[in-house]
Design a binder for this molecule. Structure first.
Ligand code: GLY
Length: 373
């Protein structure tokens, strides 16, 4: 098991990465469980599927400490990150009498983590929560760093708060029940950490990424722990995304967001798939500007393709113009005061925030990409 500290003054916490951690929840999360006066039940908000696969293990572990669970089920899917679900969940937590010094547990992927985290941020002006992420994407990205949110008609994640968990237990065994396509989509975020800031990790993934994707224990633990450590470092430097450092984590996301929006945020393109293809586009656009060598852009494309992730926008068969995709980007919340920042690359492991990108140039580039290949 790897233990990665997230160093935030006064709110530092640990992310544990390893197999079978849910079976050890009582031992690893004891202080947070014991804070709840007996005989009250431990509140666990769970994705319905995650509860089906892993609920019993969690129940057994807590039972070893004489504790029972009060379950709250969430329907899988982004639609659960809604005002209506937030209202139901906070009402439920209030009905249990959860207080500020107590902790709520979130079992599932990004949807459950984001919704529960936000509910905990506003419940009595903030109670504690523990993340038990069960998807690769949640383990390497959304469960770490304190971004919590719901979606509204105006867009995704537009209502939310920074609220850090008190502990994250990333149980690698949960990935065994994850559909392969979702595993690959989560792997896009793993690859992202190599591309944005760690050449050695990028090279390691070229040799061992396939083993991680087949859940070979050592390779998987190294891939997840290295990703979490990269994210923890960046979050500790720029928790609220004010210096531009944390914005680097959005590599691939501006292009990816446009593709997700154009495909209706549907199964046609999962978030991680959009990020993977977005990363290729960011690399190729960086090469087109003369910032990145075409060889490095090609290596990134090959890494995405080798993981079974989409690397060519033309293959999506989008029936739109580059300008229409740029229009989607403008609706992304990352747009600051009229400029659209892009995360671009000077090399593999060397991402930077570019504020001088001409949107007409991006549209022309996307038109070229949609015609090419
Ligand atoms: N997923 C990007 C961030 O946490 O900042």
């Amino acid at each position: 098991m790897a233990v990665i500290p997230v160093a935030l003054a006064g709110r530092d916490y640990e992310v544990h990465v390893g197999p079978d951690l849910l079976d050890r929840t009582m031992e690893l999360a004891r202080p947070f469980i014991e804070a709840l006066a007996r005989p009250r039940k431990v509140p666990v908000v769970a994705d319905r599927e995650a509860r089906r696969y892993h609920g019993e293990r969690l129940e057994r572990s807590l039972a070893s400490g004489g504790r029972e669970i009060a379950w709250y089920d969430i329907e899988p899917g982004e639609r659960s990150k809604s005002w209506a679900e937030l209202e139901r969940l906070t009402d439920w937590l209030l009905s249990l009498g959860v207080t500020r010094g107590e902790h709520v547990f979130a079992l599932g992927g990004g949807v459950v983590g984001d919704l529960t985290g936000f509910a905990c941020a506003i419940l009595k002006r903030g109670c504690g929560f523990v993340q038990l992420p069960t998807t690769l994407l949640a383990q390497v990205d959304s469960s770490v760093g304190g971004k919590t949110a719901i979606n509204t008609a105006a867009g995704k994640n537009l209502i939310g708060a920074f609220h850090q968990a008190s502990l994250v237990l990333a149980d690698l065994s949960t990935l065994e029940t994850l559909p392969p396509r979702e595993l690959r989509a989560g792997y896009a975020e793993v690859l992202k950490y190599g591309v944005l800031g760690d050449t050695a990790f990028f090279d390691w993934l070229a040799d061992h990424g396939a083993a991680a994707l087949t859940l070979e224990p050592e390779a998987l633990e190294h891939a997840v722990a290295t990703s979490v450590a990269a994210k923890a470092r960046i979050v500790a430097e720029d928790e609220r995304e004010t210096t531009g450092r944390r914005a680097l984590l959005n590599l691939g996301h501006t292009f990816g967001h446009a593709l997700e929006a154009q495909t209706g945020f549907s199964d046609r393109l999962l978030h991680g798939e959009g990020v993977a293809l977005g990363m290729v586009l960011a690399a190729r656009y960086s090469a087109r500007r003369g910032d990145l060598s075409s060889q490095d852009a090609e290596r990134i494309t090959r890494a995405v393709d080798a993981a079974g992730l989409p690397a060519e926008i033309a293959a999506l068969g989008l029936n739109c113009t580059g300008a229409a995709l740029v229009e989607h980007m403008l609706h992304d919340k990352k747009m600051a005061a009229g400029t659209l920042p892009f995360i671009l690359l000077r090399g593999i492991g060397d991402a930077y925030l570019a504020r001088d990108v001409e949107l007409s140039d991006v549209a022309a580039f996307l038109d070229e990409q949609m015609r090419a290949h």
